[in-house]
Design a protein. Structure first.
Length: 129
């Protein structure tokens, strides 16, 4: 069974949820484009955009790990880091009275996933494991 597609599917649901939240905020605030200097709109947009900026690269790297035969535990761990990290980041940034612990932990988990994948791929290319 492939592992990364399962997590990609979970992340797709989160992305759609964030998209709907962005759309509904736009409608309620009557903001057609941009953020109109509205703090709430800006936060919602950044949550959605940040997800869209980091998740594709992470999934590509995770796919490469899986294609190279990385152990299932490594894949589940890194994929879980990504899902939890993106949820924590989204929660943290979307709060008006932001507690940075959610944002920072979310980014740390996301960066851990990306850097671990990159390191694994480079090391496996060098050492052929």
């Amino acid at each position: 069974m492939q592992i990364v597609p399962l997590y990609a599917a979970l992340l797709s649901f989160i992305f759609v949820f964030l998209s709907i939240k962005t759309i509904s905020t736009r409608r309620s605030l009557k903001i057609g484009i941009g953020h109109a200097n509205n703090e709430k709109m800006l936060r919602i947009m950044r949550v959605h955009s940040n997800f869209a900026e980091y998740v594709p690269l992470a999934l590509i790297l995770l796919f490469f790990l899986e294609a190279q035969g990385a152990h299932n535990i490594i894949l589940h761990g890194l994929c879980s880091f990504l899902v939890v990290g993106r949820c924590l980041h989204a929660f943290g940034v979307s709060q008006e009275n932001e507690k940075f612990v959610f944002r920072v932990t979310g980014m740390a988990l996301t960066f851990t996933t990306i850097l671990s994948c990159g390191s694994y791929i480079i090391l496996s290319a060098i050492f052929k494991f």
